[in-house]
Structure formats: C-alpha cells, structure tokens
Design a protein. Structure first.
Length: 147
C-alpha cells in the first residue's frame, strides 16, 4: 500500500483541527504518495498503529483508492444546497416531467409552472410521483433533496 494525504489530511496539517500525537503528525508529514506504508513507518519512526489511526481518521488513504476517497471526502465537505438552489435544479425537471404527460397532465403542468418556491414544488411532488411513476420521478426527488 502506498498512502497519500487526503484533502482532510492536508487541512489538518495547516490548521491542526484534529488532535494528533507528535508521532501521528510526523507520519502524516512523511506521507507523500511515493513511499510505501513500510517506508513511512521506517522514515518517521512511528508504530504501525499510528499510521492505522491516520487511516481511520481518513487523513490518509491508499493511493489506489485515494482519488475515490478524496472525492467522497470533498463531497461530504460541500455544504448542502440551499432551498433556492434545490428549486433551481428541480424546476426544469418537474416541468419536463409534467409536460410529457400531455393533456392528462395539463393541470399538474400548470401547477408546476406556477410554483415559485422550493416549498411549492415539494408540495406538488407527491402528485408528480403518482402521475409519472417512481422511476421517472427519481431525478426530481434527487434534485429536491439536494443530491
């Protein structure tokens, strides 16, 4: 295994937001994405348990999985979208879904087009789900939840 610092690990080195022992901090500093786990332990003079603790804290990751772990950590760190952002994402999906219903969905389509807020769309969402089915509703549900 070749460990690399995650985004969180880089941040901890800057702001010391996670309390680390001096040995754990030394190991974190030595991790460069080039040295193997064995070399990191030898270079920093730390116990394997210290490096394992850094893995548990997600401050380092396996280079092979590092990109995936870093992307997941960054996704977690992103703030949740505001109601306005959710509305902006959901509105075009809702209008497309209800427009696809043709005449049988005309009233629902008009209601969606008249929706001016996240709350309005959220209130209409059960009716949209009933009209289009769960499978077609999934993207709208995701947008409303901010995913």
């Amino acid at each position: 295994m070749i460990p690399v610092k995650t985004q969180a690990g880089q941040q901890v080195l800057k702001d010391r937001s996670v309390p680390l022992t001096p040995r754990q901090r030394a190991a974190l500093i030595v991790v460069d994405g080039k040295r193997s786990l064995t070399e990191v332990v030898q270079c920093s003079g730390v116990a394997t348990e210290d490096v394992e603790r850094l893995l548990e804290l997600a401050l380092i990751a396996d280079a092979a999985r590092g990109a995936q772990a870093q992307a997941a950590a960054e996704a977690e760190a992103r703030p949740a979208p505001s109601r306005r952002e959710r509305y902006a994402a959901a509105y075009p999906i809702a209008t497309k879904l209800t427009a696809s219903l043709g005449l049988r969905g005309l009233r629902l389509n008009l209601a969606v087009e008249g929706a001016t807020s996240y709350e309005d769309l959220l209130a209409l969402s059960p009716k949209i789900r009933d009209a289009v089915g769960n499978e077609q509703f999934a993207p709208l549900e995701s947008a409303l939840r901010g995913r």
